[in-house]
Write a new protein. Sequence first.
Length: 227
Amino acid sequence: MDQYWADAVFLHWRIDVRAVAAYMPPGVVPDEVDGSSWVGLIGFRMIGAGLGRGLPVPYFGSFTEINVRLYSRGPDGTRGVVFVTLDASRLAVVLAARAGGIPYVWSRCSPLAHGTGTQQEYGYAVERYRNQAGSRFAVRPDPEATAEDTLSLELTARFGLHSTLGGRTLYIPNTHTPWPLRPATLTEFDDGLLAAAGLRVEGPPESVLFSPGVQTQFGKPRVVPRP
């Protein structure tokens, strides 16, 4: 499945490894970066998703997504992400993904954009139906700087995900060029998604990043052997 992920906002907090171990699929353990586990709140615009290398699916292939994710390592050392929740505004996409074991939630999701030039801000707003939880956050990227430090790269350069389907743990590879990353300043933040997922953090995110986007492709899932 080909997809383009545009205007990605990455917010990351350190979190105790014991708090995330229960979210890992069988056979998978929490990965650690810079001496700790991390939880990410990520927003982006999905554009032109389609099956294989064919044409994008009209309407359903473009939507806003906000996800809460953790970082994982398989028994063979393969590093990935584990999605705790993914909020999206396309019901058909949500239903199809949930059937495949991916924990999507149908929500009102929309991008936020303010200002121009060096004052341009990017962000996202999500409101789950029945007022279950919501989030609103925005950042101002530094257009003159790039984020090339090890922490930024290891939190964003994840080329696959671990999930569970039918009692089996799967690894689904994802291929894309390196994210063009810019350090950013958090300008707006009011989040309830992390707490709704049972993940508690304190204070502002330690890592705040922005990327204009990358083209990606998911590959064929493979079963992760149990240790």
